[in-house]
Design a protein around this ligand. Sequence first.
Ligand code: AMP
Length: 405
Amino acid sequence: MKKLQAPRGTLDVLPPDGRRRLDVVRIADEVLSSAGYEPMETPVFEDTEVFARGVGESTDIVQKEMFTFEDKAGRSLTLRPEATAGLCRAYIEHGMHKLPQPVKVWYVGPFFRHEAPQAGRFRQFTQIDAEAIGSDDPSLDAELILLLDEILERAGTGPRRLRLSSLGTPVTRAGYVEELRRYLRAREDELSEDVRSRLDQNPLRAFDADHPGTQAVMKEAPLLLDRLAPEDAEHFAEVRALLDAAGLEYEIDPTLVRGLDYYTRTVFEFESERLGAQAALGGGGRYDGLIEELGGQATPGVGFAAGIERILLAAGEGERSRGIDVFVAGTGRDAFQLVRRLRSSGMRAQMEQAGRSLKGQLKQADRLGARWTVILGDEIEVKDMDTGDQRQAGSLDDVLGMVGG
Ligand code: AMP
């Protein structure tokens, strides 16, 4: 028989990782709700056009990485490769522009990209996303960067680097791309074959090249940051001033290009040295043209996405939390009744359920990290697993008092 396996690039989450993932989600909820972000959910698949128009036809994501399929009625659907486009589709569909602005939402869920799997890169991964839609106030850009930093800090990712830039408006960008293309054409013979072949499509890619000749040319290339319109430069200066005042360190990186077309103005990315080639923990930016692109009224927005798998990779194993408060070494109705009473008094309790010997049960209590073990024999004994002290209980009622339930 064929050996059945999880599909390539996907991941089974086994204990104790499931608990660690929930802990990250809980941290995100605490941090984001402190700033007024409310949970929201959209479908895992959307009309393919949501991403084609939203993320951009020319991006790697849309050209190569989407899981697209037809439903039985012949509609083209796509498993969502990112969160913002679907969320903006919902914002338009539900007339959320009529709510007090900005609409602040966050969510967590699975995303899908048909990429070559490697450490930290999966075909199904989980993102925490937060978005503030309906205002272009620079304090929102700074707020989201600081909130993501706090989530990463509390999740234990350790030291990280924040890269920051501004892309201006699409008009500024188009003018700049033309200028860059002219500059690159003038020095075409110094560029790598790959960069030359993509000059028409996307000259910005030249900034990412490994080729020494291309890198030398790019050192002297014009930068988009120096071409920003005054109001965009001012917006960026305000974002930076707010981050400075908050004491958050960042590097201005004029070559930061993110893989999605919809960004305008602020873009940012957090990286960890603890991760290998896939160093990005999370990032995001402003997308002031996206909602209009999807058929809504012109509405600004800003957001971030961070991958839970990457956060946990950077955080390492960390401290193991106690799995259980009380293990009842015993079987039968008394044991069953006792664990129920312990649970209803707020403790995490388990009893023996696999036919182990008493010795095996004590070992099991240890493996589970129990704080207390209650041994139900002829007598009832309560063992403090931290000190090793063992005391006798007069009745099951006494047990509850002794373990603090
Ligand atoms: P992006 O929208 O590409 O900037 O992705 C946002 C975040 O999602 C990244 O910083 C990663 O943490 C995570 N991420 C993106 N793609 C993958 C993937 N294929 N596997 C695991 N995590 C990913």
